[in-house]
Design a protein around this ligand. Sequence first.
Ligand code: PLP
Length: 451
Amino acid sequence: MTKNTSKKKIESAKNTANVTDPSKWNFATKCLQAGWKPKIGEPRVLPIFQSTTYKYEDVDEVERLFALKQSGNKYTRTGNPTVAAFESKITELEGGVGAVATASGQAAVLLAISNLVKAGDHIVASKTIYGGSYTLLSVRLSKLGIETTFIDPEDSIAELRKAFRPNTKLIFGETIGNPALGILDFEKFSKLAKEFDVPFLVDNTLATPFLVKPLKLGANVVIHSATKYIDGHAVALGGVVIDGGNYNWENGKFPDLVEPDAQYANTSYTQKFGRAAFIAKARAQFLRDYGAALSPFNAFLLNLGLETLHLRMPQHSNNALALAEFLSKHPAVNWVSYPGLKSSPYFKRIRKYFDYQGGSGVLTFGLKGGRAAIRSFVKALKVAALVVHVGDARTSVLHPATSTHSQLSPKDRLAAGIPEDMIRVSVGIEDPRDIIADFEQAIAASTKGGK
Ligand code: PLP
């Protein structure tokens, strides 16, 4: 970028900036300063409110809290000031009306779904979702009488219509599917959701709101494993669900959101909380009854992670693109899958939907030479490490066939989009020259160690 263009950019940002209204701050400013709003003399940095309990002097006040007539902290399982600041920041970044943070990403998926379904209901979900979410739907929820039809997200709309039933309660997909790395066709999914009048739930973990904001693309509820890029440093497990406040729950399909809740002084969530009905119900019921709450300490760490999200995501994307381009030309590489590559069939969706034209940090590639070569490759890595994780600032690799998907037969693995030669890379934010040099030397070692 020349000096002139960068000056022009700053000037145009200046023209549109509105500093007096924090809800109008630009994304980077919200990453740093949304959520915790210190009053005079309070710590500027979000404090860790390491307390399970809150003091009251008036029985009537506590009674009002328990009847949802007054908002406030009762007990850390259902709310805590540090957790609330994290929830408020991610709500602003995704553009929603409220959020509930959870103990893990898995708990966030469970919260979002279980807030809407009961035995006898039906779900339509993309089959290219994270393995844990797939098992939650296909095994766990199915044992509770909630059936899921898994669809190929690339099928035609005519084909996908066939999956819906009168008892379908939601449609679910991932912005960037983990680990197949397809990018969701938001237009098609939101069209189906509207046509069948069901909420559209999106797991935005691998993309983050820096790359794409699903609520602007027709989604109604956004889910994150905050453990990944939101944390960004591999230090805290957590999840969060954000309510878009843009679905009409009073359409006859969701009586639990509309009719009085006997456990909360006959509160009707839609009447009492309006656009934030979904998330108010999730906090009141899911956190109270299932208890998978985020700890204040982890909320502190996740908030700290968000403070640099806008700096990390471009670097993850640019480094991943550089590595994908290097691997694409390497003779020892069978194939490369990265949505940010211009040659990727998903690149056009990055152009269409993403605020930032990058494909995030995860890519996969096939290494020649069989398992022996893969072993030698992994052993030779110096910058990257073998780790069961994505989204860390440090580069990580994994061989799914011998780890996350080792319990499947080779045939079933292939059907799940996991060939034997696949290596998943979560590209970090180190200097890209070091990452590429590391892969170059490790691949050279693999060709010696392989068959
Ligand atoms: N959603 C996606 C897309 C994921 O990749 C993961 C974990 O890898 C999860 C949800 C579950 O998150 P957690 O590991 O924080 O429970």
